[in-house]
Design a protein around this ligand. Structure first.
Ligand SMILES: Cc1cc2nc3c(=O)[nH]c(=O)nc-3n(C[C@H](O)[C@H](O)[C@H](O)COP(=O)(O)OP(=O)(O)OC[C@H]3O[C@@H](n4cnc5c(N)ncnc54)[C@H](O)[C@@H]3O)c2cc1C
Length: 465
């Protein structure tokens, strides 16, 4: 892969600067990234941090080898803009434009290609990682493979990925969508399992698959097929709202670009809470601000000033509990999980995304090449899972702990061989956490790559804060 001389020099300067920055942070000062955007839902920031300027570019795209060399803080918005002109896309493109490649690899992105391509870390061929020792280590399937295997779900606590080489996949210009309705969670789970196993539905190819649950008897599985021409094109970046179209039509056509970003314009459906879906507000709201990162900043502001909490208390509740979670359950347990969820939590809509570990010789660090294991987020390589995403508030009754619902979800997941992502709040006790997220392996990796504990510990970072 050829990287232009200017680009290579600029990259090396940025790498040297971040390495220097780490060595100059006073001993004991907390190490965290200082970057313009984040999609974490733990608002525990503060001043300072490690500047990572100049590490947010695509270094090169190799259309022949179908790979890209990408700096760790590059957003998927920029990554997709660099690959689509070559007729290529990353194997998994998380839905929110400002999610970065490094963030998706260490924090587990997921999307509608995950039923065939697994998760973003499974298409990383190599990475340069600034570890807690201040060294920059290259990791690949045949070079320090334990580090590559340990990156997913490490959330920057073993090191920061400064450059990654990833695989790309060919695309066609348009996506034909089918929104297939199911009346029950059982039928929906069966359909997701069948599409994952056969990559077809009703005899037609499926390239993309996700689902939306509006209520216990209204589920949709959305199936996308890449095509070379389209009879018409819809646009959900203006007055139209993508998630509502799922209920309103059986089929649709989008450009591949608009398909990949279909959920960002309204942050799935979460822009609703900010009034952006009201026709009058929507007309007045500048289109360049209809983006997930803008809404997230507004939510961060609300958390700081406590407006939602105050409103809930005025209406008699003990407060509201933010429930911003993505969880994974084996596909056969999906009906059971949804029944619990409708009964006790009651948030809607809910996003579904089938997921299966990728099977390929190229898919990353492995004990055996075609069945890699990712010890900090262990999944059964032979199982199909469904990611269930729900992002809203629930009212608390008097006497309920501030994390009442989130803790209940964790407990129920434990009974269903389920996991949850750690980008938001987590309350697991240490022993449960260690059992779920490879605690023993993590401690070995931490001792090897950050022996002085310069970077935060995973449990502290994701649970206790
Ligand atoms: C409402 C909501 C819905 C979501 N839905 C989805 C979804 O559907 N699909 C999906 O894919 N994801 C989803 N996410 C989760 C998102 O992918 C993760 O939060 C991801 O880690 C965010 O990446 P980021 O680039 O914004 O990283 P940041 O938020 O900046 O950082 C995330 C963590 O990764 C670390 N980190 C960042 N960059 C690097 C690096 N280069 N090397 C090492 N460590 C690094 C940081 O230290 C931090 O701990 C959702 C999040 C929210 C809030």
């Amino acid at each position: 892969m050829t990287v232009g001389v200017d680009v290579a020099v600029a990259h090396q300067e940025a790498v040297d600067a971040v390495r220097r920055g780490l060595s100059e942070l006073p001993p004991g000062a907390p190490v965290r990234l200082r970057k313009k955007t984040s999609n974490l839902f733990r608002f525990r920031g503060g001043e300072g941090g490690l500047a990572v300027d100049g590490l947010d570019r695509v270094l090169s795209v190799d259309p022949e080898a179908r790979t890209a060399d990408v700096q760790g803080m590059t957003t998927y918005e920029d990554l997709v803009a660099a690959t689509l002109p070559h007729g290529l896309m990353p194997l998994v493109v998380p839905q929110l434009k400002t999610i970065t490649l490094g963030g998706a690899v260490v924090g587990l992105g997921i999307e509608s290609t995950s039923f065939r391509n697994g998760l973003p870390h499974e298409s990383v061929l190599e990475a340069d990682v600034l570890t807690g020792t201040g060294e920059i280590l290259r990791t690949a399937r045949d070079e320090l493979p334990d580090l590559l295997a340990g990156l997913p779900n490490s959330y920057g606590t073993l090191g920061y990925a400064l450059r990654l080489r990833i695989e790309l996949a060919p695309v066609r210009p348009f996506v034909r969508l089918r929104h297939v309705r199911f009346g029950s969670a059982e039928e929906t789970a069966k359909a997701l399992a069948e599409v994952t196993a056969t990559r077809e539905w009703a005899g037609e190819r499926v390239d993309f698959c996700d689902g939306t649950v509006f209520s216990a008897d209204e589920h949709y599985v959305t199936l996308g097929e890449m095509v070379d021409s389209a009879p018409y094109l819809s646009d959900y970046t203006g007055q139209g709202i993508y998630y509502r179209s799922i209920q309103e039509r059986d089929s649709d056509h989008l450009t591949i670009h608009d398909y990949l970003w279909r959920w960002d314009t309204d942050w799935f459906w979460c822009s609703r809470a900010l009034g952006v879906q009201h026709p009058v507000v929507r007309r007045l709201w500048p289109s360049r601000y209809r983006r997930s990162d803008v809404y997230r900043r507004l939510v961060a502001l609300d958390r700081r000033v406590g407006l939602s909490q105050a409103i809930a208390r005025r209406s008699g509740a003990a407060g509201v509990e933010p429930i911003i979670q993505d969880v994974e359950v084996p596909v056969e347990r999906l009906p059971e999980f949804l029944a619990f969820f409708h009964d006790e939590i009651g948030i809607s809509p809910v996003w579904l995304c089938p997921l299966r570990q990728r099977r390929t010789e190229r898919s990353g660090a492995a004990q055996t090449p075609d069945r890699p294991r990712w010890p900090l987020y262990p999944l059964d390589p032979d199982a199909t899972y469904v990611n269930v995403g729900f992002w809203s508030d629930a009212e608390l009754a008097p006497g309920q702990a501030p994390d009442h619902h989130n803790r209940r979800i964790e407990q129920v997941l434990l009974t269903m061989d389920g996991h949850k992502s750690l980008y938001s709040t987590a309350s697991y006790p240490r022993d449960e956490f260690d059992a779920l997220y490879g605690g023993a392996t993590y401690r070995e990796l931490k001792a090897r790559y950050d022996p002085d504990g310069r970077l935060p510990d995973l449990y502290t970072k994701t649970v206790t804060g």
